[in-house]
Design a protein around this ligand. Structure first.
Ligand SMILES: [Zn+2]
Length: 502
């Protein structure tokens, strides 16, 4: 018998609002535990929730980005369960009128194929607090996270491989970052994923023998792309073995991922869904989103697929480069601003004619891409910084590239210069001067070269000094030839003026 996996993903996205979903407690990552709490998020009797407007706006934005069908009339419900991470003993969530009830996300697979992931729903809910299982055997609870706004996005069971699941999560992360509704950092728990997987028998042609899905296993809270891949690979092997041994899973089970042992392990469930006793939240009125949807639609901005296509057609990036850049909106903005500066520099360059422009543009772009995608990330890593926190400006980066292209900055010294620019925000010419990192373009090198040319051509120098001023052009030409055309003509003239004593 042949077996094929059926996989669905439930992803929790933490929205990057300033405050929690129903109170004004701030959401700052890394604050001292249990300092961002108040009577509302601690569920004291007599308190009332107040909906965070920004969270609703972000959720509508995300639903539109997912090409979703939005419930114009939406409401909140109470999901009841008793657990230390939930002081109210219920979570405010959405049951039968979620913000989005249908959507899709197109993804590109590594083999070049495209695939549209059908989405079941997306709803808005408050997060539970964080349980910290300490080495001392105790479990501590940090209520700072309790009440943070989450969007839960549920796919249909459409994936059949770990590669597809990973590509979906990467595209989803790019989307939430581009829309600026979440930082989408998996390591910080801003994106958490539950993997639902079951196996089904298929014929030799890969077509399922029955349309009925078998009981699934739910692996909770997987928090890295790599772990999602491994969970899926592991569950495919584990469940296939169970089916082949004639002892298939007979009911839905919950498991967790043990990253140390690289296995999934059985977990006790809090409740099963029928026992959540959902009922409408009486303290929050139903919402009419009609006006908000129109407003958000107008300001949605460019979505990742369009942005990638534009980066390819407008700037000449390769598709893979565009993918890498658009994945990080800070990098994408930085690249666009730098390229606009670099374009202006090329246009104003005294040595570039409209005929030689394409060639120069190509050369500048090649240097730009190589530094933007390889050396800049490395330099940032080494400095322990991100583009957001570094002091490097797009203007300085564009100038840095222009110096490299004009060979006024020796490439081997480039990384040192760039690192200094990242750390203290200084301009590349400033740093290059301090480090003595000038290429053939720096004045002292040019003066030395001019002196050698003068020594080898005493007659011409004498004629010039006797009044044949036209010969300056010839002398400049000689020096330009010596530098293979890489020097700035203005500096070359200056070098000659110094050598000829003018
Ligand atoms: Zn609070």
């Amino acid at each position: 018998m042949l077996w094929k996996p059926v996989i669905g993903l439930e992803t929790h996205i933490q929205l990057n609002t300033k405050s929690k979903l129903f109170c004004s407690c701030p959401l700052n990552d890394g604050d001292v535990p249990n300092t961002n709490v108040c009577p509302i998020c601690l569920g004291h009797p007599g308190t009332l929730p107040v909906l965070n407007q920004q969270a609703i706006t972000s959720a509508v934005k995300l639903a539109l980005g997912l090409n979703g069908e939005i419930n114009k009339k939406t409401k909140f419900d109470r999901k009841n369960y008793f657990y230390p991470d939930l002081p109210k003993a219920y979570q405010i969530s959405q049951f039968d009128h979620p913000i989005m009830y249908q959507g899709e996300l197109s993804i590109d697979l590594p083999n070049g194929e495209s695939f549209t992931v059908q989405l079941e729903r997306m709803h808005l809910e408050e997060d539970a607090a964080k349980n910290i299982h300490s080495d001392d055997g105790q479990t501590y609870v940090d209520y700072n996270r309790g009440g943070a706004p989450l969007c839960e996005i549920v796919t249909r069971p459409v994936f059949t491989s770990s590669t597809q699941a990973k590509a979906y999560l990467q595209e989803l992360r790019t989307l939430v970052r581009t829309l600026k509704v979440s930082d989408g950092n998996l390591e910080k728990g801003q994106m958490r994923c539950d993997v639902n997987l079951s196996m089904r028998a298929v014929g030799a042609d890969g077509v399922p023998l029955s349309p009925v899905l078998n009981p699934k296993t739910e692996v909770k809270n997987v928090n890295s792309f790599r772990a999602v891949e491994r969970v899926i690979e592991y569950e495919i092997k584990r469940q296939t073995a169970l089916w082949e041994a004639g002892t298939p899973p007979l009911e839905t089970t919950t498991r967790g991922w043990n990253d140390v042992k690289q296995v999934t392990e059985s977990q006790r469930t809090k409740e099963n869904s029928a026992e959540y006793r959902y009922f409408p939240e009486p303290d929050l009125p139903p919402l009419d989103l009609t006006a908000l949807i129109l407003e958000v639609k107008r300001s949605l901005g460019e979505l990742p697929p369009n942005k990638r296509a534009r980066f390819v057609s407008e700037y000449g990036f390769k598709p893979e480069e565009a993918r890498q850049i658009v994945e990080d909106p800070t990098l994408a903005d930085f690249a666009e601003q730098s390229l606009s500066e670099l374009g202006a520099w090329l246009e104003a360059h005294p040595n570039i004619t409209s005929e030689t422009m394409p060639e120069h543009r190509f050369k500048a772009m090649k240097t730009f891409v190589s530094w933007l995608l390889n050396k800049l990330p490395n330099a940032l890593d080494t400095a322990g910084l991100h583009l957001k926190t570094a002091r490097l400006t797009p203007e300085n980066f564009a100038q840095f590239i222009s110096l490299l292209v004009d060979q006024k900055l020796a490439a081997p010294k480039g990384l040192e210069v760039l690192t200094a620019m990242i750390i203290d925000g200084s301009s590349p010419t400033q740093v290059a001067e301090t480090l003595g990192a000038g290429g053939v373009g720096d004045l002292s090198t040019l003066i030395q070269l001019a002196q050698t040319i003068a020594t080898n051509n005493p007659k011409e120098v004498e004629r010039y000094q006797n009044g044949e001023k036209k010969l300056l052009a010839w002398l400049v030409g000689q020096l330009m030839r010596e530098t293979k055309g890489n020097a700035n003509p203005e500096l070359v003239t200056k070098a000659w003026q110094a050598v000829l004593g003018e």
